[in-house]
Ligand binder design. Structure first.
Ligand SMILES: [Zn+2]
Length: 346
């Protein structure tokens, strides 16, 4: 770990950092004031989803920070993940050509080129910009992986060129990250990492799904982390469960994002520290909590745990779903940011 904190475009964040998922700009279940309260170091938005919702022009006028009223570093994902989750999994939803990705939506097409992806991320005034990549599943065949890696490298070169052009006269530049693909194939991961390092980026991300059959792909995550020299930011995209984040941190990664804390909160699945160190358990809110006057965790300093008991959370899930989602999401996000603080040795 070389970075303890990072400054980007005048905004500071501490590392390691977990970035809650704000796909459409907002983190579901919490408002921006609450994001500060849970000490989020930043959030991640997704260019594909912002395009799909026709939000880019609207956000572009004031910038993503003012749009969501949150002035910490914001990562924008390029839309590459949707190549996998939509097109590779269901070719009817679009196609990938050498020059571009075409997404077929019900009423329109969305076309993304490497250059356009970078331009859009600039337009919303993102702090950390991701290259457009061709993302595959870890178990895709060797040929598919090879194609994905070659295309990812070519597109990263084009993204860098566009980035250099757009930052020419900028004093405070955003950061540009490349995404290393190659599935579970070590040779391909190595080749991809080496070629991306030659082009030169501020940070490098582990691309592709980091989990298979519910299990973290620890071997290839470790191998890929070692391919990136220390001193660069290492981003484990889509990781994940708290135990997987702890593993990835040990492997050298210092940036994480995932829908798990917010999605689990809405499904009554809460993470709770059991001591002042890294011990934790999972709590499912259910009938036995209907009269439980304890907080979710007495080792948590979030507004939910300070002001409410498990009983309150249980009854909120029964009677006021919006309030319940808010209480649970605040808690889970604070659990993740506390986890980061503990890793930072605070
Ligand atoms: Zn709490």
């Amino acid at each position: 770990m070389n970075y303890k904190f990072l400054k980007v475009k005048g905004k500071k964040m501490q590392l390691p950092a977990f970035f809650p998922d704000a796909t459409y700009g907002n983190v579901i279940g919490v408002n921006s004031k609450e994001l500060y309260k849970i000490k989020a170091q930043g959030v991640v938005v997704n260019i594909y989803h912002l395009l799909r919702k026709n939000l880019i022009n609207k956000i572009g006028k004031i910038g993503i920070h003012a749009y969501i009223n949150f002035f910490k570093p914001i990562i924008s994902d390029s839309g590459g993940f949707q190549v996998m989750s939509l097109i590779h999994d269901n070719p009817k939803l679009g196609k990938i050509e050498e020059n571009k990705i075409i997404f077929n939506l019900d009423s329109k097409k969305i076309i993304l080129t490497p250059e356009k992806s970078i331009q859009l991320q600039f337009r919303i005034k993102s702090d950390i910009i991701m290259c457009l990549d061709d993302c595959t599943r870890a178990d895709a065949g060797l040929n598919a992986q090879k194609k994905s890696v070659e295309r990812t490298i070519r597109w990263a070169g084009r993204c860098k060129k566009e980035f250099v052009k757009l930052t020419k006269n900028m004093e405070e530049k955003p950061l540009l990250f490349a995404i290393i693909q190659g599935g579970e194939n070590k040779k391909l991961r190595k080749y991809c990492a080496e070629e991306l390092l030659k082009i030169g980026f501020d940070g490098y991300a582990f691309g592709g799904f980091p989990v298979k059959n519910g299990k973290l792909l620890k071997g290839i995550l470790e191998y890929t982390s070692k391919l990136i020299p220390n001193g660069f930011l290492k981003y484990a995209m889509g990781v994940g469960k708290p135990q997987d984040i702890l593993e990835c941190y040990k492997l050298g990664y210092n940036m994480f994002d995932c829908v798990i804390p917010t999605r689990d909160a809405r499904h009554k699945r809460l993470y709770a520290f059991t001591n002042n160190k890294l011990g934790f358990k999972t709590i499912y809110i259910r009938g036995r909590h209907s009269n439980d006057k304890n907080p979710i965790s007495k080792f948590c300093d979030c507004p939910t745990c300070k002001n409410h008991s498990l009983k309150d959370v249980y009854w909120a899930f029964r009677e006021n779903r919006e309030k319940a989602n808010n209480l649970a999401t605040i808690h889970n996000l604070r659990f993740y940011s506390m986890l980061m603080e503990k890793l930072r040795g605070k």
